[in-house]
Design a protein around this ligand. Sequence first.
Ligand code: ANZ
Length: 877
Amino acid sequence: METYNPKEIEARWQEKWLKEASFRIDKDDTSKEKFYILDMFPYPSGTGLHMGHTESYTASDVFYRYKKMQGFNVLHPQGFDAFGLPAENFAIKTGVHPAETTKQNMANYIRQMQSLGFDYDFSEQAVTSDPEYYKWTQWIFSEFYKNGLVYKKTTKTNWCPSCQTVLANEQVIDGKCDRCGTEIMQKEVPTWFFKITDFAEELIADLDNVDWPEYTKKNQRAWIGKSEGAELEFRISNSELRINVFTTRVDTVFGVTYVVVAPEHEILKQVQDDKIKIGNRDEVLEYIEKSKSKTELDRMEAKEKTGVELEGIKVINPFNNEEIPVYVADYVLGNYGTGAVMAVPAHDERDFEFAKKYNLEIKCVVEPDYDDFDIKDIHYKSAFSLRDGLTWNESLTETLKYQYSLIKQEKKSSNFYFKGDGILINSENFSDLSSNEAREKMTDWLEKEGLGKKVTNYRLRDWSISRQRYWGCPIPIVYSPAGEPHLVPQEHLPWELPTDVDFVPTGVSPLAKSKELQERTEKIFGKGWVAEYDTMDTFVDSAWYFLRYPDVHNAQEFCSLARREKWLPVDVYIGGAEHTYMHLLYARFIVKALHKIGHLNFSEPFLKLRHQGMVLDKEGKKMSKSKGNVINPDDMVAKFGADSVRTYMLFVAPLEDAVIWNEENIVGVRRFLERTWNYLSWEEIHRDGSNNSSFEKWKMGEVGETTSALKGSLNKTIKKVTEDIENFKFNTAVSSLMIFLNIIYKFSENKTFPNRIDMESTLTKGMNVGDFEKFIQLLSPFAPHLAEEIWQKLGHTESIFSSEWPKYDPKLIKDEEINLVVQVNGKVRDNIMVNADITEEDAKKIAMESEKIKVYTTGKEIRKIIFVPGKLLNIVV
Ligand code: ANZ
């Protein structure tokens, strides 16, 4: 038989799949259970598919083929996130219209995906820049608008001076634009917002109901940033004015020694207008002006805190009526809580730094529980000496005890801070309560006195969706001559993106220069009407695309009700972990909002989520253009074949871990596929060596019987591969297949043909063709081309993917016994036969009962057990 030639095999099968539309499904088929597996669709960039895509799309293709063979009706769609800045930037440079570039790039992506054997139906794709698609993006905007989930506001927003556009908070990474890396400025711009904050609580709570990686949930929760606390008022002396503060630590209120307002605080407007008279107005105004150039991040992370006192005014602590000073300082942010804080330097790090710098009082009011406190919560700046016989921590504790006794007696100020909860001191009748009790009692008191209330704050901000760019979905809004916004009525959707524009960014949206748009608007709405010139953030386009796939050609609805109910939500979603904050949050919001309005009967888009790891170069470095170490999937396919690339990607590491792309190692996977291929030749050579054509008989299942030990391995392999794929453990699935192939060869060589000259006696033995086929079926999701080819050679006329996924026989997968080495203090003392998958606990029990072990352990305390599953138990006494 010929040698393995992936180039020829793969091209032939890809053509056949395309011709026969192997990927086509009947979306209304009621005879099978549905399964919806989704990839994060790519942005069609000029550089083509990258290795990260290749990995996650391979994983989803494997899962799709496996589910299909299990008899599910599997929706496994693909499309393009086609609007966006790079195509527009390219247009600015070259003059080629973004639509043109995008089209070319998409064609290239499709070619690449097909060359990897990904079985997508591109006649059912969703392309976000397609008017038939964005009609529904606009419809969603309209629905939100009608239901009060959209508003327009002129606020200080993140502005990227290079992209000349507004960015959402999520798009600012470390104070820089997440696309171009330019330092972000703050600029006053009229902006449309989606009210994502209405859903903050649900967005946190419902994470409990989805099967997502824990770290992704954790990060999303942290991003939404729920914090429970109290709001209370500090009245300005001799005035009716009040400064409200938000605190999570009302239990520290007797330790407040000053109040800080953010530079944006409204009280400062009154200082500016001279309605509140202070002694140093100019100094304060200058400080406010200076802070304007700083980003939030600069302000929060500044090592050196700065601020200015508002001279001449004091505020009153509602709990003890003490008069305290007020500062403006930019470590307090204008848009969180109330934009003002009660400062407690003895219990808060930032307040402590500030108080030290400006020589403010540090009043300690919470004492740690010395038996149970976190040493990291203490910051003790002064020197203290190690005490005789005590550790560092114990010495610190003793020092603290002594300091606290002084503080309690003399109410002296402290020179350290303690951030943790503890027991209240020097807090009048709240003293001796725990922090928790105190928070509750103090909040009750505030509510009773009408001086404050319990509140929950979220860090999440509403989603700004206006972009001053061209290549995006037009916001379906027009303005009357009086400047009033109106929705573009449904019958005019899609509200098309004009083509007669100048792309060069000027800070004014390119749409403002379109004659066609102006004429269209006036023709429909009347003279003096103008269109909204901003386009939507492309994250809006991608926040709902998965709702479209079940019914991509529907011109009446975003998706018919029947298809919505049948297909949604998505069962499994695969994509990069870098999307935790933006895409995954936005998609959840859109679904929750559409659910609230009544268009969806579920409120979480992705029931199960898995991330792929990064693909790194040979040295473990990130691939980047500037480093010149980017690997192109095309080259890899040309060199090794798609099946080898696919199998290697998933074999080399667990899906969520980084893949080190080392060409030297792909060779091993390639050899595994070759050996699979060669098994047929092997049978042929050995069986037909006697010229009796028994290879044909073997293929027909007339000769060749699988020995029982081999049958056992096969059934275990079926079980393992099935469970591994089901659990996204593709690497161990592949390695089990490799192990099994070795076993096949071993058995064939040693047992089937012990004496190759004496063929007659052995020809009926060996591996049964039906069992070999099962192995090929298990391999088929990973190496679909090779599997189809072998399947056909074995006489099948239908595709292997319409065959049924192998099942194992539970009777044939009895546990194997292994020899467990038992050591005491590292010396081998016994060998015990146990089940291969014995647990540590059971192994310990059995070992402790062994007479040989008892000799060494009786009467001794067991200090440690070291257990190496399937191998060894070491008892340390
Ligand atoms: C007094 C206090 C004492 C505080 C103490 C902490 C420790 P999270 O958990 O993130 O919500 N804070 C409130 N508003 C702020 C703003 N606009 N800018 C900067 N900081 C602000 O943080 C809540 C705490 O952050 C609040 O509780 C407040 O400081 C500060 F021992 O109040 B705390």
